[in-house]
Design a protein around this ligand. Structure first.
Ligand SMILES: NC(=O)c1ccc[n+]([C@@H]2O[C@H](COP(=O)([O-])OP(=O)(O)OC[C@H]3O[C@@H](n4cnc5c(N)ncnc54)[C@H](O)[C@@H]3O)[C@@H](O)[C@H]2O)c1
Ligand SMILES: O=C(O)C(=O)C[C@@H](O)[C@H](O)[C@H](O)COP(=O)(O)O
Ligand SMILES: [Zn+2]
Length: 388
């Protein structure tokens, strides 16, 4: 584990009303507030955190408008004292699904923001999962060259990963997240109550990124997940809170040390993603959920590390069993190395034509490795199809 990260033992603590983790980025530092039972005051919290807000641009996944988006807009308008100025609220719905991380939806958003007379003082509020967070975050980074924005994540995956760290963007047909910007939010507001309307399969996909944190950085957390996977799947509030807080803390630490993925430190968050993004792009965006593709991708990466002699069989079995417990896919019968390899060469970790992989050396530790023979990569993908 990195010496700067938290080292508390992973017994499950009792939930408290609200906890806060800070993403440490100097004068651009921001809080992640994690609460439960406060969905009717989210707008109030935004007004408290961003005093003087007069125009809110609320970008919502169409599936979360009723009730979460509506509640948030209501409390933005109502939740003010006599001294506050009124807030004008512009709201737009984004079609659900990965295909909305597109140039078309980005263009639609920009044109609409202009029609709504948005300006540099407007604050964009993204309400949804990673798709809306990434798309709306990129809109915030781009409109008038950058306006403030707030992330209100509504999926487990968005709570533990995509709402934190400022990677925003959209997909190109042949490459995930290929167009975008690093643009940090001013605030992340997590309320676990919003998960009550989330489908089981989508909830479980978020566990893919949660397991990732255990493998890349925190062996104790990994062991805690092995013991508490059932509680998490049952959405036990204390287990859920602990998993979200630990994941956010890990991501906040890493982002604080390497905001723009320039030293290699942040690249560890990309564990499993070189394979996962190639699966998503070749299967067709939305065929697999991102967290599912990450689960399969981590298995491919771990098998590759095993074939290089840098990871041991027992650790691979532990990862496989934990992902199985989380009811995540561990293989992808339709994986096609011939199609995936060219897409993998579009990975953002490619530099000077060389691809780097994030590979585990043990549970709790990964390394960046380049110069790997294509045959070994093809074999690691092939094992995914062989076990069908
Ligand atoms: N920026 C980052 O650092 C980062 C990190 C991880 C993933 N991502 C991106 O995030 C995306 C995946 O995010 P996701 O898994 O949240 O997918 P998503 O945003 O597509 O949401 C999944 C589904 O859940 C629905 N939904 C969302 N919240 C709901 C709720 N509370 N109740 C009912 N339905 C709800 C949505 O309509 C959608 O159909 C991918 O595009 C991935 O690349 C980005
Ligand atoms: O925040 C990061 O850094 C990550 O890599 C987190 C990933 O879970 C996430 O899917 C991210 O969007 C991937 O980034 P990319 O740079 O490979 O597109
Ligand atoms: Zn991811």
């Amino acid at each position: 584990m990195n010496p700067n990260t938290r080292s508390t033992p992973h017994s499950t603590p009792r939930s408290t009303t609200r906890s806060t983790t800070t993403v440490p980025l100097g004068d651009r530092s921001y809080p992640i507030h994690i609460s439960s039972g406060q969905t009717d005051t989210l707008g109030r919290s935004i007004r408290d955190a961003i005093p003087g807000i007069s125009h809110a641009v609320v970008v919502m996944d169409e599936s979360v408008v009723d009730p979460w988006g509506d509640q948030l807009c209501q409390s933005l308008v109502n939740g003010h004292s006599a001294n506050d100025q009124a807030v004008r609220v512009s709201r737009i719905e984004i079609p659900s699904g990965e295909s909305s991380k597109s140039i078309e939806q980005f263009d639609r958003l920009m044109q609409w923001m202009l029609r709504e007379n948005s300006d540099r003082a407007s604050v964009l509020i993204a309400v949804g999962g990673g798709v809306v967070g990434d798309l709306a975050g990129y809109a915030a980074a781009s409109f008038t060259r950058g306006i403030r924005f707030v992330q209100v994540p509504t999926t487990l995956l968005a709570m533990v990963d995509s709402s934190v760290g400022g990677k925003t963007g959209i997909n190109l047909p042949g490459a995930k997240n290929m167009v975008g910007a690093f643009w940090q939010p001013s605030l992340v507001l997590v309320d676990t109550d919003v998960l009550s309307t989330l489908d089981e399969k989508i909830f479980l996909s978020g566990l893919g990124e949660v397991v990732k944190y255990g493998v890349i950085e925190d062996a104790e957390f990994f062991a805690w997940l092995e013991t508490n996977a059932d509680a998490l799947i049952a959405r036990d509030p204390d287990a859920l809170r602990h998993a979200i807080e630990t994941s956010c803390q890990c991501k906040a630490n890493v982002v604080g040390e390497d905001e723009r993925e320039s030293t290699g430190r942040r690249a560890i968050l990309n564990y499993g993603h070189t394979f996962a993004h190639a699966i998503e792009a070749t299967a067709g965006y939305g065929t697999l959920l991102h967290g599912e593709a990450v689960s399969i991708g981590m298995q491919m990466a771990a098998r590759l590390a095993l074939s290089l002699g840098m990871f041991d069989e027992a650790s691979l079995v532990r990862q496989t069993e934990l992902l199985r417990k989380c009811q995540l896919p561990i293989d992808y019968a339709d994986a096609d190395p011939a199609k995936m390899l060219p897409v993998m060469m579009k990975d953002k970790k490619v530099a000077h034509g060389k691809l780097k992989f994030v590979l585990p050396s043990r549970i709790g530790c990964v390394e960046l490795v380049d110069g790997i023979d294509d045959d070994l990569v093809v074999a690691a993908i092939g094992q995914s199809t062989a076990s069908r």
